[in-house]
Design a protein around this ligand. Structure first.
Ligand SMILES: Cc1cc2nc3c(=O)[nH]c(=O)nc-3n(C[C@H](O)[C@H](O)[C@H](O)COP(=O)(O)O)c2cc1C
Length: 245
């Protein structure tokens, strides 16, 4: 273990922040660290929008089903997958851009995830806490309108950043045997490993927050996956010029 691996292994989402502000220079440092993530074919397809306007934050709070930290976190960033400036690059060279490919959607979304994770790690290295906010996609069209996003730009997720006002336990991850395979895919022993893991997750939830939650990982996942997953996403993404072909 070195300092970096220890930092990575100690990640936990922070959902309660102190009132202490995070200054502009720090936010710029974090976003600059994000920019240094690897980027598919050098496309650099992530744009970050910092939202401090309290009225917009209140709307985000509603959209995310009343997640307190969305309105309270000292810093709130929205990570957007952005192919708009690529259109500009093509225009600058009189090159007709072929957009709408699923491959472009995948690479732009991947760029955002890698960028954001660099921001997260950089923040944690400074003693800050973060929480990703995918729930912005509950009403992605409303978020799009609030942020005035053009075609070929969509909000992938948000991120709360601030000084932690809580010290939650690290959430146990799947056994390595389940996620690290050798040479070819096999799930021969996965069920057995998942049963063991279920015990660890149940124990984690029982320790956390006074044991209010009594659920294993497979229970949690199966309860989630019997429901539709934001079915409005496909029509929204197509309306923005993504996923046409
Ligand atoms: C893309 C993404 C979206 C997420 N969206 C939310 C969210 O809307 N609200 C929330 O409280 N946590 C959200 N999370 C945090 C996850 O719930 C959390 O990372 C996961 O349960 C593992 O816990 P840990 O981060 O404490 O290790 C999100 C995480 C990711 C990566």
């Amino acid at each position: 273990m070195n300092e970096t691996i220890t930092l990575l292994s100690n990640h936990r989402s922070i959902r309660k922040f102190t009132d202490e502000a995070v200054d502009r220079t720090t936010v710029e440092q974090l976003v600059s660290a994000g920019q240094h993530a690897a980027t598919s074919s050098f496309i650099q397809a992530c744009t970050v929008i910092q939202v401090q306007d309290q009225k917009v934050r209140e709307r985000f709070y509603e959209i995310t089903n009343a997640q307190q930290y969305v309105r309270e976190a000292p810093v709130f960033l929205v990570f957007c997958a952005d192919m708009q400036r690529h259109r500009l690059a093509c225009t600058m060279h009189d090159a007709p851009m072929m957009s709408g490919f699923t491959e472009q959607f995948v690479t732009a979304s991947l760029d955002c995830a890698l960028f954001a994770q660099n921001v997260a790690i950089a923040a944690e290295s400074l003693g800050l806490g973060i929480c990703y906010i995918g729930a912005l996609r509950n009403d992605i069209a409303a978020v799009d309108a609030l942020l005035n996003l053009p075609d070929l730009v969509y909000p992938v997720f948000g991120m709360c950043i601030g000084h932690p006002a809580q010290d939650p336990e690290v959430k146990p991850r799947l056994p390595l045997e389940v996620v690290l395979k050798q040479e070819t895919y096999t799930d021969e022993h996965d069920e057995q490993y998942l049963q063991e893991y279920d015990k660890a997750v149940r124990a984690y939830y029982q320790n956390r927050g006074g044991g209010a939650k009594d659920q294993s990982w497979t229970e949690q996942i199966s309860a989630m996956l019997i429901k539709e997953a934001r079915p409005h996403m496909l029509a929204y993404l197509r309306s923005k010029g993504f996923l046409q072909k």
